[in-house]
Ligand binder design. Structure first.
Ligand code: FES
Length: 81
């Protein structure tokens, strides 16, 4: 799979997109379970906090905007690791 992947309509691949200065956007058939293994939420699109400051973890509640969370969302490049 290439680094930039276009999904065809109806694809059953679940994708996680790191948003610039924001959460992880997950699209696909999603079930989020808690530490006890019980389902917290099911859906086809969710946003998970990666700034660490959401009051509704593991989901994003928009707090990253108020705090000015900054990350380009491009990940660590091999040359940087
Ligand atoms: S990424 Fe949105 S509240 Fe943390």
């Amino acid at each position: 799979m290439s680094e930039s992947t276009e999904l065809s309509p109806g694809s059953n691949i679940t994708t996680i997109t790191v948003q610039a200065n924001g959460p992880l956007e997950i699209q696909g058939e999603i079930v989020v379970c808690g530490a006890d293994g019980k389902t917290i939420r099911e859906g086809k699109r969710m946003y998970l906090c990666r700034c660490g400051h959401s009051a509704n973890k593991p989901f994003c509640d928009g707090t990253h905007n108020k705090l000015g969370f900054a990350d380009d969302g491009l990940g660590v490049k091999k040359d940087d690791a």
